[in-house]
Ligand binder design. Structure first.
Ligand code: ATP
Ligand code: MG
Length: 680
């Protein structure tokens, strides 16, 4: 996007701040509210992918609900057309600052008190998100910002879900974050809030040691290490750190979810204890110093890094350096980036861990990793937080995710809020679509419960439902039940309800549920064929035209779905319609005003005779029909054709060879006059 572009008459693009795998981030000014904002615009390859955009939008919506000082606020999401192309962008809180990645790159190791300070803020953000059922899934230093005033702001909540579950390209991008991947992500298995705890643990490791625990020459190797290899204890790389914080790192990064901290609060407690415990050892002078240290990310430092970043002499933004045995250092005097020098640390680590061979197993793992993510895309949804919701709201929320809800137990505890008290599985967990979520429901014993409406007639209960102050939504379906009978209801009988809830009723239209089959319209004039098919619920596409010697002009030669085949309402059918015979297409000025069928204009006009042919649809209300053609010569009627057909034939063709041109023929169906034709 050009600098100076104004989006929606409101956001003026001021400068490009950064670029990630799927989006470009700009600093912008919102003129309506007169404030700076960050605009994150989806790259065009993603904007073209409807599914992705939908998912992305949904994730933004849920993330937008989060309101916390340590979470980058999402203000809005827009879909516009810019330069004739769709443009999707998120408007979010602008953070004047740097990322944790910048800070680590600048400082190498971060002191323990400072790392704890940063960690506690990250964890507060995670705690808030998890409480709202949102798992980040892409916790890494680039997604952790530090404002000039030293406040940590975690960004991209929930967005990773849209990304990592997406296509191959995105999977490759997600692999950019592979250094922080949890083993379950690497395997493509279930992720939940403990996934964020793991990634946080890796970030803490990196803060304390200046390096990431697993490195390798490609993403597969790294992913496999997350699954299989033990972490080199951070104290081996930084002997200055306390045992206590080392234990925190190791517990966060356990391979098995069950062995990790189970939630952010548990980590907060341990880190806070380390923080205050450390203080108690210090003299009061030390305390001041320590407090100072915890506030170490001060304005000056952040600004300094920011300046260096801006002048582009420090840091490239490329994170996909899987080799990672290089390190940057910054020569303050020369004010330029010197070299990527070998740090020497990583070869040590690599020496400690087992040599890793890329084997078939690796590729299997890698394929699984990709497939896992692809499979997630189709079949898995992330559970909402239902706790605190009313039963009806919870049901609806789950329905939107294609999940079922079952009440595992019910209590009537007036000391607790009514509604859902607990849920299984927990919020944030990925579950297969269609699966059941079990809840503990706390009901107000005075609260009304829905009765069963099933089997009743809709007109009989409408009044009652409106008296209950419920909204009603009715869906009519084909069913054997008598017309207007309620077949099912949601919420089900026995559920509690509150005024304003909606009750969804499925009601029979009395049409029977048998499957419909396509009628035969061969030989029908197009208009008749069309109305016949439309009457059955098919959509008739514009016809194709073809010359035909066999079928009369305007009559149907063929149908794209054969007669007798099953169809569903709304299916499309295409008919091929005759333009008449090959040679003389416009040779039929006009026929007697025929209501339905028309003879074929077989027009070998030179001779005085012509072949006559007509398609006759057989009445379907009688088993058999007698079809007669009667020749009229000077007022004299002679039957020239007579035959009985079974109704199963539906349409029959009656033809006479070499009839004199101009001859009049009358068609009788079951001795009832149907139509007059003139032989042409
Ligand atoms: P990924 O695509 O994997 O998320 P990323 O986090 O580096 O990688 P983006 O999220 O697109 O990519 O962010 C790109 C850069 O934009 C960030 O590294 C950060 O410097 C900057 N940035 C992102 N959000 C904001 C914001 N709200 N305010 C200020 N700068 C931001
Ligand atoms: Mg990001």
């Amino acid at each position: 996007m050009e600098i100076g572009t104004i989006l929606l008459d409101r956001y003026e693009i001021l400068e490009k701040i950064g670029e990630g795998g799927m989006a470009t981030v700009y600093k912008a000014k919102c003129h309506t509210l007169d404030r700076l904002v960050a605009i994150k615009a989806l790259k065009s390859e993603y904007a073209e992918d409807e599914d992705f955009v939908k998912k992305f939008m949904m994730e933004c919506q849920s993330a937008a609900k989060l309101n916390h000082p340590n979470i980058v606020g999402i203000y809005d999401f827009h879909e516009i057309t810019n330069n004739d192309k769709p443009l999707y962008f998120i408007v979010m809180e602008y953070i004047d600052g740097i990322t944790l990645k910048d800070l680590i790159a600048q400082k190498g190791k971060i002191s323990e008190p400072e790392a704890i300070n940063i960690s506690l803020q990250i964890l507060e953000a995670l705690k808030e998100a998890h409480a709202n059922g949102i798992v980040h899934r892409d916790i890494k230093p680039h997604n952790i910002m530090i404002s000039k005033s030293g406040i940590i702001k975690v960004t991209d909540f929930g967005i990773a879900r849209a990304t990592t579950n997406h296509t191959m390209t995105t999977t490759m991008d997600a692999i950019g974050s592979v250094h922080y991947f949890s083993p379950e992500q690497a395997r493509g298995a279930f992720t939940d809030q403990r996934t964020d705890i793991y990634s946080f643990g890796i970030v803490l490791y990196e803060m304390l040691t200046g390096v990431r625990p697993f490195v390798g020459e490609n993403p597969i190797t790294i992913a496999m290490k997350h699954i299989q290899e033990e972490i080199v204890p951070p104290s081996e790389l930084n002997p200055e750190i306390s045992d206590a914080i080392e234990r925190v790192v190791l517990k966060c990064t356990m391979k098995k979810q069950a062995e990790r901290y189970q939630n952010a609060e548990e980590v907060i407690m341990d880190l806070s204890a380390i923080q205050s415990g450390a203080r108690s050892f210090y003299t009061s002078e030390d305390i001041d110093e320590s407090l100072e240290q915890t506030r170490i990310i001060n304005t000056v430092e952040v600004e300094d890094i920011l300046d260096k970043k801006k002048s582009n002499i420090f840091l490239d933004d490329d994170d996909d350096d899987f080799e990672d045995t290089d390190d940057y250092y910054y020569d303050d005097k020369q004010k330029k980036r010197i070299v990527k020098k070998k740090s020497g640390i990583l070869p040590v680590i690599l020496g400690v861990i087992l040599a890793f061979v890329i084997s078939t197993a690796l590729y299997v793992g890698y394929t699984k990793l990709k497939q896992g993510q692809k499979a997630n895309e189709v079949k898995e949804v992330t559970l909402n937080n239902l706790i605190g919701m009313s039963e009806a709201d919870a049901r609806q929320a789950l329905e939107e995710l294609n999940l079922k809800m079952e009440i595992e137990s019910e209590t009537t505890d007036t000391t607790k809020p009514f509604g859902i008290l607990n849920q299984k599985p927990q919020a944030g967990i990925n579950v297969k679509e269609g699966s059941t979520v079990y809840v503990v429901l706390n009901v107000d014993s005075d609260q009304e419960r829905l009765e069963s409406f099933v089997g009743q007639k809709i007109e009989d209960i409408e009044n009652k439902i409106s008296k209950m102050a419920l909204k009603i939504e009715v869906q009519y379906v084909d069913s054997e039940e008598e017309e207007n009978t309620i077949i099912s209801q949601n919420p089900i009988a026995g559920s509690t309800y509150t005024e304003g809830d909606t009750i969804y009723l499925t009601v029979s239209n009395g049409k029977g549920a048998e499957e419909k089959t396509v009628p035969n319209v061969l030989g029908y004039k197009f208009e008749l064929a069309k109305s016949t098919l439309e009457g059955e619920g098919l959509i008739v596409l514009d016809p194709e035209y073809a010359k035909s010697d066999e079928t009369a002009k305007d009559a149907v030669i063929s149908q794209s779905i054969q007669a007798g085949e099953k169809f569903e309402e709304g299916d499309k059918i295409k008919l091929t319609v005759s333009e008449g015979p090959e040679e003389k297409p416009e040779e039929e000025p006009e026929q007697k005003p025929n209501e339905t069928e028309k003879p074929e204009e077989n027009t070998e006009t030179k001779p005085k005779t012509a072949d006559f042919k007509v398609a006759v649809p057989l009445p379907q209300d009688v088993d058999e029909s007698l079809i007669k053609l009667v020749k009229v010569v000077d007022g004299q009627r002679t039957t020239v054709f007579e035959q009985t057909y079974s109704k199963s034939e539906e349409v029959v063709y009656v033809s006479l060879k070499g009839e004199p041109v101009g001859e009049i023929l009358e068609l009788y169906i079951n001795d009832n006059f149907a139509e007059t034709f003139t032989v042409k």
